[in-house]
Design a binder for this molecule. Structure first.
Ligand SMILES: Nc1ncnc2c1ncn2[C@@H]1O[C@H](COP(=O)(O)OP(=O)(O)OP(=O)(O)O)[C@@H](O)[C@H]1O
Ligand SMILES: [Mg+2]
Length: 311
């Protein structure tokens, strides 16, 4: 029997060192938009802040239905207990509110692996298993732990997904590294300012260090990794009149100081639309009666995203 295989290039980590640049917002909105177009999408929340999870579930729902048994924390517990990958499918949920909206437009689906606020401690456990906080390359656990998510996503249950987006915390701890090792691409949301680009340079450096170290340890024993940077998405652009404000415009016109691909579609700043998104369990792009300009930008961004992962 031939097993179905996921399209190559479909696993994308959304990451930036800098906090509050729109990582979680873009993950939720791109995922929801693709699902309304009929795709089967999985979102994985690797951030202990669990903002992605709380974009789809109310805190009391999370507490009652997910916290004890259905989050990435329990999966990391399995992985640490066994010293390597464990099945992830017991932790996949289908958030009801957003999927009610998605179901109206077709057969797409948006699934989620929720996070847990206590995930912050998992990193310490990983460091301990690897013999210290420096992720020692000599540890026999280095490869099985780094590959934990990559191997889990290789399981049969995950081959049906058209796209898998991983929302990373704003740091480069072990949890983030595990996400990157599982990814074909990296998506970098950023604000159009000088400080944000500094962070991107540092992120690139850490990325290439991880890829180099990992591939050296992997040798020919397990597949090498080569995640590519899908692009930088400029978010929270402030408009005055018909265009971005001058300070940002200067920046947008010459982002190539970092020589990275930049998405054509930017997302404008809109506090009223984005702030309350979590309360409904439905991302801005699918909210009825929301600002149509912002929704159009999010839809265009999703199209560009799809074109880039499938190039
Ligand atoms: N285009 C936008 N306009 C206005 N506010 C936005 C926009 N995008 C996101 N926000 C708001 O900015 C805040 C930070 O966004 P978000 O949580 O997506 O960033 P993040 O990069 O995931 O943050 P963290 O690093 O903490 O994980 C949130 O309150 C969100 O609602
Ligand atoms: Mg976030």
């Amino acid at each position: 029997m031939l097993l179905a295989m996921r399209q190559p290039g479909s696993v994308v980590s959304v990451i930036n060192y800098k906090g509050g640049v729109g990582k979680t917002t873009l993950t939720a909105n791109i995922g929801a938009e693709l699902a309304t177009r009929g795709l089967t999408v999985l979102l994985i929340d690797l951030d202990p802040q669990a903002s992605l999870t709380f974009s789809f579930y109310q805190p009391h729902q999370w507490e009652q239905e997910l916290a004890d048994e259905r989050t990435i924390l329990q999966w990391f517990g399995d992985v640490l207990g066994h010293g390597g990958s464990q099945p992830l499918d017991p932790y996949v949920v289908t958030p009801p509110a957003v999927n009610d909206v998605i179901a109206r437009s077709g057969s797409g689906r948006l699934d989620l692996v929720p996070s847990h606020l206590m995930l912050v401690d998992a990193d310490l456990d990983f460091a301990y298993q690897l013999g210290g906080s420096r992720f020692q390359h000599g540890s026999p656990r280095y490869l099985p732990l780094h590959r934990a998510l990559a191997d889990a996503l290789g399981g049969e249950a995950f081959q049906a997904y058209d796209a898998i987006l991983i929302d990373c915390p704003p740091n480069f701890t072990m949890v983030t590294r595990i996400g990157i090792v599982a990814s074909d691409h990296i998506l970098i949301p950023a604000k159009a300012d000088y400080l944000s680009t500094l962070g991107i340079d540092y992120l690139r450096k850490k990325l290439s260090e991880l890829v180099r170290d990992y591939n050296r340890v992997a040798g020919g024993a397990v597949p090498q990794i080569s995640p590519t940077i899908l692009g930088v998405v400029l978010t929270m652009i402030q408009y005055a009149g018909t265009g971005p404000i001058i300070a940002q415009r200067n920046f947008i016109e010459q982002p190539s100081s970092v020589e990275l691909p930049v998405f054509r579609q930017m997302i404008r700043d809109n506090k009223t639309l984005f702030a309350p998104a979590g309360e409904h369990g439905i991302p801005a792009v699918l909210l009825p009666n929301a600002n149509p300009t912002v929704q159009y930008e999010l839809q265009q961004l999703a199209s560009e995203f799809l074109a880039r992962i499938r190039n």
